[in-house]
Every structure is written in C-alpha cells, then in structure tokens.
Design a protein around this ligand. Sequence first.
Ligand code: ZN
Length: 178
Amino acid sequence: MKVTKVCCQSCGADLDVDESIRLVTCNFCGARLEIVHDETTTHSRLLQELGEKTDRMAGEIKVLRLQNELEQLEREWQSAREGLMITGKNGNRSVPSVAGSLFAGGMMIVVGIIAMTALSNISQSGFTVLVPLIIIGIGVASMIHGTSKASRYETAEADFTKRRNEKLRQLEEAKREA
Ligand SMILES: [Zn+2]
C-alpha cells in the first residue's frame, strides 16, 4: 500500500491516504473528498463541487427534455389541427371561423327565402315551397355545424396555447437554473 499526502480542500489539514483510494473523509473536518491522481501530483477535491457538476448536468438534461416535449407538443398540435380544419370548394384547407360559417349558412337562407317568395308568386301549391324550405334547412344546419366546428377548433387551439406557454415557462426556468 502506497501512502501519499494530500491537503484537505475544506480545512487544509494534511491527510495520509492510500493511493488506491478514490474517496476519503477528512479526519479533521469531516468533508467528503475525492482523491485525484494527476500525472504530477495527487490532490483532493471536495465532493460538493462534484455535486454541483452533477446538478448542472441534470439541469442541461432537463432543458433538453423540455425542448423535446415542446417539439412533441407542436407536432401533436399540427396533426390535430389538420383534422380540425375544413376543406374549401377548391380543395384548400382552412381554419373554420364562426363568422365564415354564419355567412355561408346565412347566404343559403337568403337564397331560400328569395326562391320561396318568387315561387309562391307563380304557384300556391305546397310543393313549390318544399325546395326553398330544404335550402333554408341546409343553411341553418350548416350554420350550426360550422359554428360548432369553429368552436371546437378554438377550444383545441386555446388548450394547445396554454400547454405550450406552460412548457415555455418551464423551459425558461430550467435554462436559468442550468
Ligand atoms: Zn478537512
């Protein structure tokens, strides 16, 4: 067993340590020390510093984890968003809006009313009001359907924004700590 002298980094006391030993507790102050064998010298290092290094690494890992979670959240929203969007006449996808569906449904109702008025001037039979009534019915249904789609989109978007902001806040906090 080869004994070497090291100086305690905490209290400065000289300690006799076995060269094969990596960790030692100072007899005088009780500090936990790591024995570092360099090419030229042997010295001690306080384990507390090691702890700080480990904390810093844990902090960096936390930042990476949060960045991954944030990207995951954004990918999930992109695919959920795709399913919540509506397809227009020329095939392009767009975000459903309350105003847009009220306008489209309203237009159909207006067309139905105009048709009903025109047709009832020509003939008084019940059949002539049937087609305009169907048009008005479809207008009302598309208003209801459209606004509910729009509100589902808005709810999902608000939920995503809230979760994203929370994740961003956690990330900022982790970056400050790291
Ligand atoms: Zn000591």
